[in-house]
Design a binder for this molecule. Structure first.
Ligand code: HEC
Length: 157
């Protein structure tokens, strides 16, 4: 067979493109898995704090640790939502609504609000007042998590 450099080059290019497509697909499903895991971590922290303020008050000293991690995730949230990773895109199985990228400023502000409320919860728990801690927890759940989900997350049917 005669050596055909052009055909060879085309073949290499095809392989490289296919590899890139696979890599991109892997990358976008990776970000979904990671951000949904981070959200589950938030859910676990909230569950732990709820147990403390409900009837496990001996563990009040653990609340700042949970709340500080929630505040840390708040800073991360914008980078967990790269453009093109929402519902209705080829990114995969996600409840992230297109509104996130249409109202990006509001979305970021919502993440910041969650961070601020989590810091407030940590500071309140540090005072050792269980009632005030329960109130700060409820506020974080409603105005931090709930408010963002209301606008930016697909309702589960
Ligand atoms: C700035 C917006 C925003 C904030 C704040 C936020 N979330 Fe979310 N959350 C989302 C979006 C968007 C999704 C859907 C993500 C997806 O499916 O890719 C989600 C998904 C979730 C999920 C489902 C994850 C899964 O299994 O797919 C849980 C649980 C969750 N959030 C808990 C929380 C908790 C608890 C808080 C507050 C401590 C919180 N979230 C704060 C936007 C937010």
């Amino acid at each position: 067979m005669r050596f055909r450099p052009l055909a060879l080059a085309a073949g290499i290019l095809t392989l490289a493109t296919a590899g890139l497509a696979v890599a991109q697909q892997w990358e976008s499903s990776g970000i979904l898995a990671y951000r949904q895991s981070e959200m589950k971590v938030l859910g676990a922290h909230m569950g732990a704090i709820k147990a403390v303020v409900t009837d496990q008050r001996d563990f009040l000293a653990s609340v700042p640790r949970h709340a500080e991690d929630i505040a840390a995730v708040a800073k991360l949230i914008p980078s967990l939502f790269p453009e093109g990773s929402g519902a209705g895109t080829p990114a995969g199985d996600t409840d992230a609504l297109p509104a996130i990228w249409e109202k990006w400023g509001d979305f970021q502000a919502q993440a910041q609000t969650m961070g601020k409320l989590a810091e407030e919860l940590a500071a309140t728990a540090e005072t050792g007042d269980p009632m005030a801690t329960a109130q700060a927890f409820a506020k974080l759940g409603k105005e931090g998590c709930g408010a963002c989900h209301e606008t930016f997350r697909k309702k589960s049917s």
